[in-house]
Design a protein around this ligand. Structure first.
Ligand SMILES: [Zn+2]
Length: 517
């Protein structure tokens, strides 16, 4: 939706896909449309787009999109439409998701006409929206869901997330506060559930404002003719002291040099202390909620923490792989058993997400998509079952590996969240997954024996047939239908609309190769 000014007042470009031979066009969801527009503006011939787990290749010359899995080719077009002023969303199990563009416009029009009710059909299901109560009723199942309408910012640049740059709430970590630096907010949802929003900002990092390093004074605090240990140039007069500094191990550096170094690795180059430098994760949301009624395989009678990550498409900031270029978003679901270790793992993932360390923009080995959101070398369980090889449960070595993968990024469990038997961090075995950015691995958990074998084997005694992730993803058929009725990142075509059953079949750890400024 950029460059609207050139298009005439109040008009914005919108991309649409032809859904059938009868000339029906369906608009892309707003974020996908914006990403496609950005690629188009840059004069790219092709663009890779992900929506609800499907990958598409958009070819601007041919004016068509290809579903890379099914091979379905559909015509696309660019139109100009009045700039939307409000966003309509429905509260699905995964959180608030936008209605598709057709319903966005229909709902807004109905409201303007003072209509009390609006009915529509989606994927064979009828729905009725009560515009006074702000509720949607599935006419087939009777399931009622809340809807909401919120104003859109006048400029799309500010639209990426609703994150409050000051952070806050029940936040347990503090992150940089300058407007351009990444930031995050947490919204508690009750019963331990939460919604985290991460705003990537423009990728700037000020070690003084964001990380609170201390500027120190030449001659008084240090010798400016002394050589910098990183560049072997004289320190000069723009020098900062790190919080890890001690008399015994002095840690101060030229400001620009340490800034550059920290964008590559969030550790003091001198003493190795971890520093809370946000990673290059794109803007997105992490929602976690407990499902007492489903179990990870091997955890009989134990509920499951469902975690849903939603990353809209967007434009890469200067810390990402190819700054300025658009990237395609993704949606991922992962699962943790509601046991002491699982809850600790959840806290670790929460911290990693807040610190921008869980995902990056990269090129996916699995899907061969370029410029897309991929895992950032912290493995997660995308299936309830299937064991280590199926990126699911049970997997007795998983918690140990998660701890060491997080530790490699400076993310540690809070003391009080540690399970009793987990007083110290496990050490990674030689030959096991290295703690470094060991990307390009096989996406398969490598079995690490020992430690929790006893615990796990007792859990393995009884197994209950856990629902498949597709089932686990939604509460019931009605919920599934409602979710289908309002897919958040839907690309028009019906083959996407029915994609609820699709699950990512790989665990995290794709090659990433994010770049630093
Ligand atoms: Zn240090």
């Amino acid at each position: 939706m950029a460059a609207a000014e050139e298009q005439g007042p109040g008009l914005v470009p919108r991309w649409e896909v032809q859904t059938d031979g009868a000339g029906h066009w369906m608009p892309f969801d707003p974020t996908s449309s914006e990403a496609v527009e950005a690629a188009h503006e840059l004069g790219q011939e092709e663009f890779s787009l992900t929506a609800r787990g499907f990958a598409y290749r958009v070819n601007f010359k041919a004016c068509e999109q290809t579903n890379t899995r099914t091979g379905t080719v559909r015509a696309i077009r660019r139109t100009l439409v009045p700039r939307p002023t409000h966003m309509w969303e429905v509260e699905a199990d995964i959180g608030w998701v936008p209605f598709d563009m057709v319903q966005q416009e229909a709902l807004e029009a109905a409201l303007q006409r003072d209509q009390k009710q609006h009915e529509f059909e989606r994927s064979g299901m009828g729905y009725e929206v009560d515009l006074a109560a702000f509720e949607q009723t599935n006419l087939g199942t009777g399931r009622v869901r809340l809807i909401r309408r919120s104003p859109l910012p006048a400029t799309p640049a500010a639209a990426s997330t609703s994150a409050d740059p000051t952070g806050g709430g029940t936040a347990s970590l503090s992150l940089p506060s300058s407007p351009q630096a990444p930031s995050w907010t947490e919204q508690p949802l009750g019963n331990g559930a939460f919604l985290l929003s991460f705003d990537a900002g423009d990728g700037s990092l000020s070690v003084v404002e964001d990380l609170h390093f201390t500027r120190i004074t030449a001659e008084k605090d240090y010798d400016p003719t002394k050589l910098c240990s990183l560049t072997f140039e004289a320190l000069g007069d723009d020098v900062v002291r790190l919080p890890c500094h001690t008399e015994a191990i002095p840690c101060y550096f030229k400001r620009d040099v340490i800034t550059q170094a920290l964008l590559t690795k969030n550790q003091c180059p001198h003493c190795g202390a971890f520093l809370p430098v946000p990673g290059p994760q794109p803007a997105g949301e992490m929602k976690a909620w407990l499902r007492p009624d489903i179990s990870c395989d091997g955890y009989f009678d134990t509920g499951t923490w469902c975690i849903r990550y939603i990353f809209p498409s967007g434009r890469q900031n200067k810390r990402m792989l190819r700054p300025g270029e658009p990237y395609s978003g993704t949606t991922r679901s992962v699962f943790l058993p509601d046991c002491a270790e699982g809850r600790q793992a959840l806290q670790l993932l929460k911290k990693a997400f807040s610190l921008g360390q869980l995902f990056v923009v990269g090129d996916s080995i699995t899907t061969s998509l370029k410029n897309t959101v991929v895992w950032a070398s912290i493995h997660q369980k995308t299936n309830l079952q299937g064991g280590a090889n199926g990126h699911g449960w049970p997997d007795k070595g998983y918690f140990e590996r998660l701890l060491s993968e997080c530790a490699a990024k400076g993310i540690f469990p809070d003391e009080q969240e540690q399970p009793a038997e987990e007083a110290t961090l496990p050490t990674t075995e030689p030959g096991a997954e290295g703690p470094k950015h060991s990307s390009g691995d096989d996406h398969v958990d490598q079995p690490l024996e020992e430690a929790r074998a006893a615990t796990t084997s007792s859990m393995l005694k009884k197994r209950k047939r856990a629902p498949t992730p597709a089932e686990g993803d939604v509460e019931d058929a009605a919920a599934a239908a409602a979710a289908i009725s309002s897919p958040p990142l839907l690309l028009g075509a019906s083959d996407v609309g029915l994609d609820l059953g699709h699950q990512d079949d790989e665990e995290g750890g794709e090659e990433t190769g994010w770049r630093v400024v």
